[in-house]
Write a protein that binds this ligand. Structure first.
Ligand code: ADP
Ligand code: ZN
Ligand code: ZN
Length: 722
């Protein structure tokens, strides 16, 4: 007898509705969470099977049949499906898009996949006594005599595979099973009292949801606390998820994990991996084999059958927030996930986001503080100011800063010059009519890049040749104004012709291994002066670096973005924290016209609490987060008028809903034009997250997406960009 027709509900990554009904006679409840290939229009799409129903509202004659339900890998777990549903609800984003974007590319094609375990080989009896001719074969055999067992990847890295094949043919080697190695934890330093206390409190509460804010100054040894907390999780046989803002910028972190837990499978998940690598790492996490998952924001959606702990390092970092598609903040999703799965979560930072800081003050998060540097005698750097109002300066670098660099060169120590602007100079100007080149597609100036003789837009990537003369008046004298990293680099070359100068910014680290190689140079002391952007600020330990010079930070003091001060303080704390880590005292020189600004005063005192208190007071007074919750509807269109008209309609509908939410006037975005699209937005806010959520739900169900063909729009909950 035929089984009765069954209807499956499938999440697909297509616009409009995202749950679709298909016929699937062979589906069972065990298939919920599996991939399924279904016809859609004239295409074959892969979706996720969400539910099985006896009947559909759509007449059976119009239903199509699913082509295939994939049973190659375990289905997504109910808790992961819940996490996706939460994100879909909270960020008001279609479930199909949420789910499919969280999966590795390899799972989105209608082909089965297979988890590849590493293959191992070991010596046979004969091999132990064996001797072979041929250089590669005998080298490989020697390696086996030394190690006993080797895996294919490490053999491949050093020997031609032919040598392996021939040793196997000769019966000197055999393929062996991967032996589950006993957990090994390499020696760790004794903790100082602050670290001990923090770790003890975390470990006293190993189960259940405990949100910790680990607030520790730069160099206070937060990493050591993470490592020892993870060690306990591994002893309990569980998995740890470790999220960082940008993984490829912190290769040393991965090394620290690997050397601490030599027998543990550690996988990384980030956009720098090939599709195949990402898929395999994801599968090994899903299988529970990978015990430590090190990843960037997307890794928060990794299936983890025995999750025991989530850590979000540098939790204040804005790159946890995705700025397109599902506009989620991985830190917030991590906290939700920890709650849902009843596991502890540690958010760590030297300069917590004001949201987290405030949560800790209110007792929603539990505060752990590390107030001293971990290495005995390592002190925080001395912060000094170079007053640009009185100080002589012929170029971007003041005499005082040059003198300080000069002293470091004599002593054989390293200096770092920090400025957050890449390129040669942020603008070119005609000396006669003041014309400056702008991006034709964005509301932005083109940045001069002398190295490749081009003008570039840093927003959309557009580039053009540097004009020979002013297109307005024909004048040949076009002058660079302001300083970028390339210009500072050449000024340093002029001042210190013998010094080894390393420029570190998005342009110079573009090539795959460039950043790793530069880091090596810095560690090996093969660089004297580093010039760079915020890339340099993140979590590195440069033991020989004793001077940090900061240029151009004033611009953020009076920005229209209410988060600019918070970010500036975090950034300057991070870069300053690079100086004087290993016992030699550090110095920070800030070139500024506003040396009395409270933000700089707090920086000098290394007093984040002071600046946080000040900023929180401003935020209460002005009604900004964390005291209110915000959401934006952003509209983009070729015509500003169309975007504004749409937003006016949104406002009218919103005002009619009678909800207790503040509705602002539609306004142009601060980046008012990007890649030829005019951008505008409308802001909603409420002190109650729940009220804002209810309002958004109601509002969105009242907006008719079809009526807005000329306008693209989206919702951004907890926006960071305006
Ligand atoms: P943070 O992440 O808080 O900025 P790190 O974890 O990078 O600080 O630690 C700073 C330095 O202190 C590192 O070189 C680390 O090896 C060292 N360190 C950490 N804890 C200890 C300890 N208990 N004893 C000695 N050195 C330590
Ligand atoms: Zn001109
Ligand atoms: Zn542009």
């Amino acid at each position: 007898m035929d089984s009765p027709p069954k209807i499956i509900k499938v999440a697909l990554d297509v616009p409009l509705s995202t749950r679709f009904d298909y016929l699937a006679g062979n589906a069972t409840v065990d298939d919920i969470g599996s991939r399924v290939a279904v016809p859609f229009g004239n295409k074959l799409l892969v979706g996720i099977l969400l539910d099985i129903k006896p009947r559909s509202e759509i007449p059976a004659t119009r239903l199509k049949s699913a082509v295939r339900i994939f049973r190659d890998i375990p289905p997504l777990s109910p808790s992961l499906l819940d996490l996706f549903r939460f994100c879909s609800d909270y960020y008001h984003h279609p479930i199909g898009s949420v789910m499919l974007n969280a999966l590795p590319a390899g799972l989105k094609t209608a082909k089965p996949v297979e988890m590849k375990r590493p293959r191992f080989f070991s010596l046979t009896e004969a091999g132990r006594l064996g001797q072979v001719r041929g250089k590669n074969m005998s080298r490989l055999l020697d390696a086996f005599i030394k190690e006993g067992t080797l895996d294919l990847e490490s053999i491949r890295a050093e020997f031609p595979l032919d040598a392996l094949r021939r040793l196997l043919d000769l019966g000197l080697l055999e393929e062996s099973q991967e032996k589950p190695l006993p957990l090994e934890i390499a020696a760790s330093p004794g903790l100082n009292p602050g670290q001990q206390q923090a770790l003890a409190r975390i470990l006293e509460n190993p189960n259940g949801f405990h949100p910790w804010l680990l607030y520790g100054i730069t160099g206070s040894g937060k990493t050591e606390v993470y490592l020892q907390a993870i060690a306990e999780i591994l002893r309990a046989g569980k998995q740890a998820l470790f999220l960082v803002p940008e993984i490829n910028l912190t290769p040393h972190l991965e090394n620290a994990f690997r050397s601490r837990f030599p027998n543990t499978l550690i996988v990384s998940l980030h956009s720098g991996l090939s599709d195949a690598e990402r898929l395999q790492n994801w599968l090994r996490a899903q299988a529970g084999e990978a015990k430590i998952i090190l990843g960037t924001r997307l890794a928060v959606f990794t299936p983890l059958p025995s999750l025991g702990l989530i850590i979000v390092d540098e939790e204040h970092d804005a790159s946890f927030k995705q700025q397109e598609g599902l506009r989620y903040c991985a830190r917030d999703v991590a906290v939700f996930r920890a709650k849902q799965e009843s596991v502890p979560v540690i958010l760590g930072s030297a300069t917590p986001s004001l949201e987290s800081y405030h949560s800790a003050r209110r007792g929603r998060y539990k505060l752990l503080e590390l107030k001293d540097r971990a290495i005995p005698n390592a002190t925080l750097p001395e912060v000094r100011f170079v007053d640009l109002r009185t100080e002589k300066r012929k170029s971007g670098l003041s005499e005082k800063l040059l003198a300080a660099i000069s002293i470091r060169l004599e002593r054989g120590e390293q200096s770092l010059v920090f400025l957050n602007r890449r390129g040669y100079s942020p603008a070119l100007i005609c000396s006669s009519c003041s014309w400056t080149p702008n991006c034709t597609r964005c509301a932005s100036r083109l940045v001069l890049h002398l190295k490749d003789r081009r003008l570039r837009c840093h927003y959309c990537g557009y580039g053009e040749r540097i004009p020979q003369s002013c297109p307005e008046c024909g004048n040949l004298d076009l002058k660079p104004v302001g300083h970028g990293t390339q210009r500072i680099e050449s000024e340093l070359f002029e001042h210190f012709p013998g010094a080894r100068i390393l420029r570190i910014d998005r342009d110079s680290i573009r090539k795959k291994h460039a950043w790793g190689e530069m880091l090596e140079k810095i560690y090996r002391n093969e660089a004297d002066i580093l010039v760079g952007t915020q890339i340099l600020a993140k979590g590195h330990d440069f033991p020989n670096l004793t001077l940090v010079g900061i240029l151009n930070s004033d611009a953020s003091l009076y920005s229209s973005d209410f988060r600019a001060s918070e970010r500036l303080f975090a950034q300057l704390t991070q870069v300053s924290g690079r100086a004087g880590r290993a016992g030699s005292p550090g110095e920070v020189l800030i070139q500024t016209e506003f040396r009395d600004h409270p933000l700089y005063a707090a920086l000098k005192q290394h007093d984040y609490d002071a600046i946080a208190a000040m900023l929180l007071e401003e935020r209460t007074a002005a009604g900004f987060p964390p005291y209110v919750h915000q959401a934006l509807i952003r509209a983009e269109s070729l015509s500003l008028e169309a975007a504004m008209t749409f937003l006016e309609q949104v406002r009218t509908i919103a005002s009619g809903l009678g909800q207790d939410v503040t509705i602002f006037d539609p306004a142009m975005a601060s980046m008012a034009r990007l890649s030829n699209m005019e951008r505008a937005q409308i802001l909603f806010q409420s002190p109650s997250r729940q009220k804002l959520q209810n309002f958004l739900k109601l509002l969105l169900s009242n907006l008719n997406p079809a009526a807005t063909r000329a306008v693209r729009w989206h919702v951004d909950v907890d926006p960071l960009e305006f």
